[in-house]
Design a protein around this ligand. Structure first.
Ligand code: UDX
Length: 450
């Protein structure tokens, strides 16, 4: 099939490339000229394992093209995917201006029957808005070209995006038109070699809702566990044990119950907010989902508060080594990363930060921590340790999993670790003479030496 994918962010670029990998002819469209020129040469704007090689392969195979001209891409197009951003508006709702601008351009330039697929995460009712805008433009040019609007939310995870797209748990297709559903089924059939059971079809509004509910449910599991972690500390229990104890019940399961420094990223914070907002637009107070968000806001500062309890309110003259800045491993994405909040809080109290992340330093320097003073960035984790009062682990990159603790002990001013992701064995660390602070288990100290 001939596909246009409009928007070359995470979702657009990964989807377009994976559809090309399956033999479709895909044109990825973006308004940013520099991005498109780079992509034509295989220069990828994000870090995503496996993506660069797949883009290059498909450029060479002539299955993947890049352009700034939506008009040109629609000439031969069967299915156009809208995959532009829906940033959070000031009131917490999803900002639809980019989605609707694309819809308007589609209406202006489409020349043949088309299936318009919404892949961006959009509130319930957006497909209707997209349909109206396209119709308006077709009317304005006195054209009557048939088209349908389908909702096909994307569930890929950053860092594992290619795998998620190529071997999906499920694909949700919301459509009110049988022919469009059949076409979508054909497009996705190669991704389901054994059975098409995991292609789930439904009406458009339910599909739009599904994405928000999936992300809010996962965020709920995380906030629930973070709340449990905080209670565990108070009562002298160990959340790591509790997690294993409850996860063994298959109705609960082990995934997404890891306590930590709160969820971040481009999806959970935005989608939870948007669902609360959608509910309130219908005069419903989504209390539980609201609490998921406030628990998460509080959780982001738990590690900073532990540092303050240990070293005092005034952190002037203190230096902390920070391992990990990205919101999770295997990505350079820092959107809503707990590290931003924690570092800002420590710096506000006078501390200096020595930071290292395998991939996200550029993002931190150029955008997310750009205006924060007192941060020095290093090329390796061990280089951050000298003259630091403690090491603070904020992202669970594999290279932090089993460090040389002797080296930590030698280099740090005193052997203190704050672990925002519960990566280490506390008994072993204690035997080695470390003070080890983690989430959901209180550090029992004989005495604190500063
Ligand atoms: C998420 C959804 O998983 C994906 O289906 C959707 O399409 C987009 O949003 P992503 O944001 O890439 O994907 O990251 P994910 O791996 O889901 O992690 C989200 C956040 O939750 C991270 O900050 C992570 O650290 C945190 N998390 C995850 C926990 O704190 N505990 C857990 O047990 C799992």
């Amino acid at each position: 099939m001939n596909l246009s994918v409009i928007g070359t962010g995470y979702v657009g670029l990964v989807s377009g490339t994976c559809f090309a990998e399956m033999g479709n002819r895909v044109t990825c469209v973006d308004v940013i000229n520099e991005k498109i020129e780079n992509l034509k040469k295989g220069v990828i704007p994000i870090y995503e394992p496996g993506l660069k090689a797949m883009v290059l392969r498909n450029i060479e195979n002539e299955t993947l093209y890049f352009t700034t001209s939506l008009e040109e891409s629609l000439n031969k197009c069967d299915v156009a995917f809208i995959a532009v951003g829906t940033p959070m508006g000031e009131d917490g709702s999803a900002d639809l201006q980019y989605v609707l601008q694309v819809a308007r351009s589609i209406g202006k330039y489409m020349v043949r029957p088309l299936i318009v697929v919404n892949k961006s995460t959009v509130p319930v009712g957006t497909a209707d808005k997209v349909r109206s805008v396209i119709l308006e433009e077709l009317d304005a040019r006195d054209q009557n070209i048939p088209f349908s609007v389908v909702s096909n939310p994307e569930f890929l995870k950053e860092g594992d995006a290619i795998n998620d797209f190529m071997k999906p748990d499920r694909v949700v297709v919301g459509s009110d038109n049988e022919k469009a559903t059949a076409k979508m089924r054909a497009l996705y059939a190669p991704f389901f070699r054994s059975s098409m059971d995991r292609l789930i079809t439904m009406d458009v509004r339910s599909a739009e809702m599904t994405k928000y509910v999936a992300n809010s449910m996962l965020a709920t599991k995380i906030s629930f566990m973070n709340e449990v972690a905080n209670i565990c500390e108070l009562v002298g229990a160990d959340v790591n044990k509790v997690r294993i104890g409850i996860g063994s019940d298959h109705r609960i399961g082990y995934s997404f119950i890891y306590p930590g420094s709160g969820y971040g990223g481009s999806c959970f914070p935005k989608d939870v907010k948007a669902l609360i907002r959608t509910a309130s637009e219908h005069n419903y107070n989504a209390e539980l989902i609201g609490a998921v968000e406030s628990v998460n806001d509080r959780q982001k500062l738990v590690i900073a508060n532990k540092v303050i309890s240990r070293f005092g309110d005034n952190l002037e003259g203190r230096t902390f080594s920070v391992w990990g800045l990205a919101f999770k491993p295997q990505t350079d994405d820092m959107r809503e990363a707990p590290s931003i909040y924690i570092i800002k809080e420590l710096v506000r109290r006078g501390a200096c930060i020595k930071a290292y992340d395998p991939k996200a330093i550029r993002e931190a320097q150029q955008f997310y921590l750009k205006d924060v003073p007192g941060i020095t960035y290093f090329n390796s984790k061990y280089e951050t340790l000298a003259d630091s009062d403690a090491m603070i682990l904020l992202t669970e990159w594999k290279e932090f999993r089993s460090p040389d603790f002797e080296e930590l002990k030698q280099q740090l001013k005193q052997p203190v670790i704050f672990d925002g992701r519960n990566q280490y064995n506390d008994i072993m660390l204690k035997e080695m003479g470390f003070e080890y602070y983690q989430i959901g288990k209180k550090e029992k100290l004989a005495s604190i030496v500063s």
